[in-house]
Design a protein around this ligand. Structure first.
Ligand code: 26Q
Length: 819
């Protein structure tokens, strides 16, 4: 009776009430009458988790009966967002839970708001991983997501006098109802020490790694539900814990305090997410994190998901590890080490196996974002891995010499080991060499990878390079976040679209339907009301009503060009206050910014201060009242995105062409019926192709034009001098108008714009201003605008992460779904 998995709790209001009260009374240990909001939230989460667990056990049991090749998605980040609503939707329990709680006198919405989102990622890359595992569960694909259970996620952003101040994100402080810890399953992970040769029983020379210190990996399981299909996959996150051996000898030596301190040292590994998402510093703790989670994951796969009599030569039929950027690339020498040192395979055989078990996704084009680790650090922390990397490099460079005889320059360029400015391991090279496939994340990005960043490699292995355009999950980013639009879509074309987003095409004809357009506008208006209430409650911001809602939300980066958006607003403002432009002719516009800056990124932080400064002045100047408004709510996160994006009219995707690998926010906006103003960059290119030129505001140089201008020598001052409106906008900022007369306070940003401007803000300024004028003209015709917005929804079903996953499955992973 007890050997099979349990059945799910009853799918009824009564059943749900019973489960909920049981969790509240016996789980939280409080009667309903004395329960706090958090008690109720935790009990509700546990109740819903119970419904998931049953399905999770069933899924695991079914998969064990017929083992297939699976995906191990290796990612240092999962930016999950709140779990409750998603779990309710996936299990089709929303209405039941709502009614059940009502019977208990509880408002479901209040409990929703009690959830602290797990912010275990920085931005696009982490959110992409979360969308991918959602899609894989929805497609019933055998996948385990592996990552780190950071005790502190991405910092909470606050503003103090307009400047960003970071506050630790103690996301587990109110309890972690979604995780299932397994403190008894300890995975040993080794660091430091040295290697030794010895001769094995068969007379062959072998290597032993004598580590210097060890930690334990503790497993935390999270459930990843598919959309109403009974499937629940696993996200397995690792926490570091000290070993007992770690401190025993110090205890014996009598230094109790020192022993406890060293315990803390080991446990630091999973303490905090690094908040940098470019220009990574070669911090030792970060490398420890990477090795820690990858070592745990590979061990877990080999020891716990595979039969004990596994023949490692069959590994390529059992597993494909997908590397989410270079962060988990140390997994390559780790698998080699296991195969050689633990499974006794010779190098060549281990290498032949390893090369079939990994695939690599690159997410960047910025050279400074490519990860390198100094050889000296690697030798100290992972001496055996460093040896193996040298061995890999040796056979790899032989291959290069064979393919390109006499081309030693090429050999130097392609080497996994770099010499400048110090000897270091180029993780992207290691990943490329060891992987079955290397993919970029949008067509343009993949092309630039092939032609520029990794061109030597694509010449050598053209078939290795491919594109998989990113996608986003329609469950969270349409169905859940935009219930009003979802209802309109379902009423119009039926229910199937949520798991088959191509069906949105059926909406195309309704773009011509006046009644549908009116309903569509009603949805937007409702969504604007919702975000107005949220910003009032959350930030005390009073959004003016009836404005064009213009939204730029993403990490703060020079290449993304938040300053270009700001220059546009200052230009509009300066036009009005100087009397140049009649305020009556200006389209009322509210710009919403959302952006976190890496704590050590000076220019980004100065830009945040400048945005807040400009906002304060514009929002309080009666001359532009009712015309211009800037909202910059602090701490933009997944939860805010879900409310903000459905309300947007205009989506700002204005990176310098050739710099944004893909973007995924751009897809979320289009799917929710915002029009895009954007450059020819990343996935914008594909969005524009799909929605059509008439339904997209394109501006700026394209990538070849950027390359050409940079080659001939770019001079920002030339643009400043020749463009009067630009000059007046910059001068107004420079005069201290927005900073109480303090010119010093804006000098970093202004100085950079005029004398450096790496990302050609001034060169694209006029084109951007012109495109914004076209936006205003288009917005004046509400029927035409609605038509375009509807076509954006109808034509962007391609950007479902279900489609991305189909692409990976068919072209890279070759795994089976639904069996
Ligand atoms: C690496 C080493 C040390 C410390 C930090 C890092 C690190 C962490 C995060 C480096 C990069 C990131 C994140 C990068 C990222 O989010 N890239 C974005 O990925 C999206 C999904 O593919 C794309 O849509 C965006 O264009 C890309 O910028």
């Amino acid at each position: 009776l007890a050997s099979g998995p349990v059945s799910t709790p009853p799918h009824t209001v009564d059943g749900f009430v019973k489960e909920f009260l049981r969790e509240l009374n016996y789980g939280q240990g409080v009667p309903l009458s004395r329960s706090s909001l958090n008690d109720q939230y935790l009990a509700l989460a546990r109740t819903v988790r119970g419904y998931l667990t049953a399905r999770w056990l069933q899924t695991a049991t079914r998969r064990r009966q017929k083992p297939h090749k699976m995906v191990g998605y290796l990612s240092a980040e999962y930016l999950l967002g709140r779990q409750l609503d998603n779990a309710l939707l996936a299990t089709d329990l929303t209405a039941i839970a709502d009614e059940a709680l009502k019977q208990c006198g509880i408002d479901l919405d209040a409990l929703r708001q009690a959830e602290i989102e797990p912010g275990l990622g920085n931005g696009g890359l982490g959110r992409l991983a979360a969308c991918f595992i959602d899609s894989l569960a929805t497609m019933d694909a055998p996948c385990v997501g592996y990552g780190l259970r950071y005790e502190y996620g991405i910092f909470k952003q606050t503003f103090v006098d307009g400047r960003q101040v970071e506050v630790p994100d103690n996301w587990l402080s109110m309890g972690g109802p979604w995780e299932i810890p397994h403190p008894e399953m300890e995975v040993p992970v080794h660091f430091g020490g040295h290697t030794e040769r010895y001769v094995g029983e068969d007379g062959r020379e072998r290597t032993r790694w004598i580590s210097g210190w060890d930690v334990l990996g503790i497993r935390y399981n999270y459930m990843v539900p598919g959309y109403q299909n009974g499937v629940v996959n696993t996200l397995r996150l690792w926490r570091a814990r000290a070993t007992r051996a770690f401190d025993l000898h110090i205890f014996n030596a009598g230094d109790y305090a020192e022993a406890v301190r060293s315990q803390t040292f080991a446990e630091n590994i999973s303490k905090v997410l690094y908040p940098e998402d470019s220009t990574p510093q070669g911090k030792e703790l970060r490398l420890q994190q990477q090795y820690f989670f990858v070592a745990c994951s590979i061990y877990d796969f080999l020891k716990h998901t595979q039969p004990t009599d596994l023949d490692v030569r069959d590994l390529p039929e059992r597993i494909i590890f997908q590397l989410n950027d270079t962060h988990p690339v140390i997994g390559i020498p780790e698998l080699m080490r296991l195969l050689m040192d633990d499974y006794d395979l010779p190098f060549d055989e281990a290498w032949a196996i390893t090369r079939q078990c990994f695939a690599y996704t690159c997410h960047t084009l910025l050279p400074e974002a490519l990860e390198v680790w100094s050889v000296s650090l690697m030798e100290r922390l992972l001496p055996r891995h460093m040896e193996i990397i040298y061995m890999i490099n040796e056979v790899f460079l032989e291959e290069v010499r064979e393919a390109f005889p006499g081309d030693e320059l090429r050999v130097r360029r392609m080497s996994i080991i770099g010499d400048h400015p110090e000897r270091s391991v180029r993780m992207a090279h290691l990943a490329t060499v060891a992987s079955v496939k290397v993919n970029g994340v949008a067509e343009l990005h993949s092309q630039l990878l092939r032609d520029k960043v990794l061109s030597d490699f694509s010449e050598m292995w053209p078939e290795k390079f491919t594109n998989v355009t990113n996608g986003v999950t329609p469950r969270r980013f349409v169905r859940q976040s935009n219930p009003n639009l979802s209802k309109l879509i379902t009423d119009t074309i039926g229910v199937g679209w949520v798991a088959n987003l191509d069906r949105l095409r059926e909406l195309e004809v309704y773009a011509e339907d006046e009644e549908f357009r009116a309903k569509f506008r009603e949805v937007k208006a409702l969504n604007k009301e919702r975000i107005t209430a949220v910003l009032k409650r959350r930030d005390g911001i009073e959004l003016p009503q009836g404005h064009l809602l213009d939204v730029m939300v993403k990490r703060l980066h020079e290449y993304k060009r938040q300053t270009l958006k700001l220059l546009h607003m200052v230009t509009l403002y300066e036009g009005i206050i100087s009397g140049e432009v009649d305020a009556a002719t200006v389209t009322p516009r509210t710009v919403v910014f959302g952006a976190k800056a890496a704590p050590g990124y000076r220019m980004a932080k100065e830009t945040i201060f400048l945005i807040n400064s400009v906002a304060k002045v514009i929002n309080n100047d009666p001359r532009v009242e009712g015309k211009l408004f800037i909202a910059f709510p602090a701490n933009y996160n997944v939860t805010l995105a879900e409310r903000l994006i459905p309300a947007a009219d205009l989506s700002e995707q204005i990176s310098l062409a050739g710099k944004e690998a893909s973007g995924t926010g751009n897809m979320k906006f289009a799917l929710n019926g915002a029009l895009t103003i954007g450059t020819d960059d990343g996935a914008n290119v594909e969005i524009r192709q799909l929605v059509g030129d008439d339904n997209f505001f394109l501006f700026g140089m394209d990538e070849p034009a950027v390359a050409e201008l940079q080659a001939k020598g770019y001079q920002p001052t030339a643009y400043y001098e020749s463009n009067e409106r630009l000059r007046r906008a910059i001068n107004l900022i420079d005069s201290g108008h927005f900073t109480d007369g303090n010119r010093e306070a804006v000098s970093t940003v202004i100085g950079d714009l005029l004398y450096n401007d790496r990302f050609l803000v001034l060169a694209d300024y006029q084109s951007y201003i012109d495109a914004q004028a076209k936006v205003e003209a288009a917005y004046a015709d509400q029927e035409a605008w609605s038509r375009s917005a509807i076509l954006n929804v109808a034509r962007t079903g391609f950007f479902s992460s279900d489609r991305s996953m189909r692409d990976y499955i068919d072209r890279i992973w070759h795994i089976k779904t639904g069996s």
